[in-house]
Design a protein around this ligand. Structure first.
Ligand code: PLP
Length: 366
């Protein structure tokens, strides 16, 4: 093989606090940073989407899972466990297969998109359906790892954020500079913390989430860092409320979280960058999902569209600087949740006879 992307641990070896030998990888990362003229025109800026649904299990979670599970193997635990709204379990299950580890998944009952559940099942994870929400699942997981020799791979595992920061590196590598504004969905708030760390390390600065290892002090690749614009679903927006909320509700199940684990880091990312964390309605999220599919050519799951929904709302409010360079992470693949995408759609196209002339006429093809 002459040339292939090698996965984030090999590609960014100098900037990660891990040995590369024995890395557990599915060659994640290296995802498209795609120009989005349909969005650029609407907001009066130059907009790109970072298509994280192109990762091996269909979400950005793979970036953090390669580092977390590599570290678990180096440490020598024999099982991994996570609480999950779906994508963490899909990713953990696949990487556990590569590592030969047991994988235990705590799922909030009834709130998982079917595609994600299918992934955990086909990869052989051991599923436990908890009669509670994501926050309840996370508490149980924390208690289990305290009492047993099981490693937690939720984003409170610091190696998760280390891996996830590489998406910021890729954006700067692709653009040749940092964007002015970076937009992304916020759920448990690990990703906004990780991107902030990544952008800062590329600018030669440290954040509270940075590991202080020698490579953190490599020469900077850029002078600037973006403003971080995080967007939550209105029914699950603890950062907007200023405190955890008890019963989060949104169609965007991946960000249906009331008590984000990375609270302080996310607040630091928001405030130190001069950014914001705002809320968007489920209708705005679904409209942005349709826009991405119909006009950009990217099918994302609902939570992923919160970044674009938020940017569009800010533009509507006149708060997007004209001509700014803006990147939006779209976090996961639309194929994971086709039920939501097809709601209200006509899935039975008209039945016709296999008569070419008739079909050409009916379609008005010329
Ligand atoms: C996990 C996830 C999020 C939320 O990311 P946090 O790091 O929890 O804020 C958003 N979208 C998708 C598709 C996800 O899988």
């Amino acid at each position: 093989m002459a040339h292939q992307w090698r996965g984030i641990i090999a590609e960014y070896a100098q900037r990660l606090p891990l040995a590369t030998a024995g890395a557990v990888t599915l060659l994640e990362g290296g995802t498209p940073l795609l120009a989005a003229p349909a969005i650029s025109t609407r907001v009066g800026a130059e907009v790109y989407v970072k298509v994280e649904g192109a990762n091996p299990t269909g979400s950005f979670k793979d970036r953090g899972m390669t580092t977390a599970i590599t570290e678990v193997v180096q440490r020598g635990a024999n099982a991994v466990i996570c609480a999950s709204t779906g994508n963490t379990s899909a990713s953990a299950a696949a990487y556990a297969v590569r590592a030969g580890l047991r994988c235990i998944v705590m799922l909030p009952a009834g709130k998982i998109a079917l595609g994600k559940l299918a992934q955990a099942i086909v990869h052989g994870a051991e599923l436990v359906s908890v009669d509670g929400n994501f926050d309840d699942c996370l508490r149980v997981v924390r208690e289990i790892v305290e009492r047993t020799d099981t490693a937690m791979v939720n984003s409170v595992n610091p190696y998760r954020l280390q891996g996830q920061k590489t998406a910021a590196f890729e954006i700067v590598d692709a653009l040749g500079r940092a964007p002015d504004i970076h937009c992304l969905p916020v759920g448990n708030a690990g990703n906004i913390s990780a991107y902030w760390m990544g952008f800062n390390e590329y600018a030669g600065r440290m954040t509270a989430t940075s590991f202080d290892h020698p490579s953190t002090h490599l020469p900077p690749k850029t002078d600037t860092v973006p403003r971080m614009w995080g967007f939550q679903a209105a029914g699950a927006a603890p950062f907007v409320a200023g405190e955890p909320i008890a019963n989060p509700e949104t169609v965007a199940t991946a960000i249906r979280i009331g008590a984000p684990a990375s609270w302080d880091y996310a607040v630091a990312a928001r405030d130190d960058s001069g950014g914001l964390i705002d809320a968007v309605s489920d209708d705005e999220i679904l409209a942005a999902q349709r826009l991405l599919a119909a006009e950009v050519g990217v099918f994302v799951e609902p939570a992923s569209a919160a970044s674009v929904a938020g940017l569009l709302a800010k533009a509507e409010a006149g708060e997007v600087p004209a001509g700014a360079l803006i990147t939006c992470t779209v976090t996961g693949n639309g194929l994971k949740d086709t039920a939501t995408a097809l709601e209200g759609a006509d899935v039975n196209p008209p039945l016709v006879a296999p008569e070419t002339d008739q079909i050409i006429a009916q379609l008005k093809l010329r």
